[in-house]
Design a protein around this ligand. Structure first.
Ligand code: SF4
Length: 284
């Protein structure tokens, strides 16, 4: 393996124009790193991840060369070097992807803050766009903000939110592990149900949110959320705790946590249904 120590590993990030299918012939920026034959000695990920600020799509390529005469250059990488390269590439991609997602979701929040596409914004104190991890497999979608949510600008922070936290904990998850949103982003006055035209007006925001998060599983919390995503599936009383697939997206129907507050006998059902989220995730 002595010959491998003369190898240099170069990593470069080539920014790709979203307007073109071809990689830019003159990358706007090139990031290069070297290590003496051992890919695991590469610089820390943080030193590369700034690249995501420079473009919407990136292509990452790896190249190898030797500064010794060609005859002395080994033709193949060792298995561990190749493995390290692959792991490094996937980490870099994940880092870039996460930064993009965070930027996009923040743009969406700005949009919601200024939205006047339905009358709900007029009486609301704060928009409740959504909260949680953009790097999650599960996205919970409820109906609309209540009084407490309206006050704080965060989803599920009242009593129903407390129960949601308990249920998340029961399957080993925390708020920060999932993303939570609603079908309408401003509070319907007096906690009334959102009207179909309000849900319709707010739909593009939710669609954009889903596109950014790309969850493996969308959990519909309550009948309004379920009826909008799976209108033909039947009443929530018949399908709660079940998973469905529509156009390559997996969904699960769950009662809204508020049901557990108003009907104490339903708490068990809620927890049992919640446990099926883990099972569904394993199967997707
Ligand atoms: S509820 Fe949705 S559509 Fe209506 S004003 Fe708020 S963000 Fe806009």
């Amino acid at each position: 393996m002595a010959s491998l120590t003369v190898m240099r590993l170069h990593l470069w990030v080539v920014l790709r124009d979203t307007s073109s299918d071809q990689p830019s012939s003159s990358p706007r920026r090139m990031i290069s790193s070297q290590s003496g034959g051992d890919a695991s000695q590469s610089p820390p990920l943080s030193s590369w991840s700034n690249a995501s600020n420079l473009g919407d799509m990136v292509t990452i390529s790896f190249g190898l060369y030797s500064d010794k005469p060609r005859d002395n250059c080994p033709k193949f990488l060792t298995k561990s070097q190749l493995g390290a390269m692959i792991i490094t590439e996937s980490k870099v991609l994940k880092g870039l992807n996460l930064e993009n997602k965070e930027r996009e979701i923040s743009d969406l929040y700005d949009l919601v803050r200024n939205c006047q596409d339905c009358p709900l914004y007029k009486l609301a104190k704060n928009p409740v766009a959504g909260a949680g991890s953009v790097d999650t497999e599960v996205m919970f979608i409820g109906e609309g903000p209540g009084e407490k949510e309206d006050e704080l600008g965060l989803p599920f922070v009242g009593k129903a939110g407390k129960l949601l936290d308990e249920m998340l904990e029961s399957i080993g998850l925390k708020r920060g592990d999932v993303y939570i949103a609603n079908v309408v982003k401003h509070r319907p006055p007096g906690n009334r149900d959102p009207k179909p035209e309000e849900i319709e007006a707010c739909w593009p925001h939710l669609m954009r949110q889903i596109k950014i998060i790309k969850p493996k599983l969308i959990v519909c919390l309550g009948r309004h959320s379920l009826a909008r995503f799976l209108p033909d599936i039947g009443p929530i009383s018949a399908v709660h705790g079940r998973a469905f697939k529509k156009k390559n997206q997996a969904y699960m129907a769950l009662y809204h946590p508020a049901v557990g507050l108003y009907h104490g006998g339903m708490r068990d059902t809620l927890f049992k249904d919640f446990a099926k989220i883990k099972i569904a995730l394993k199967k997707i």
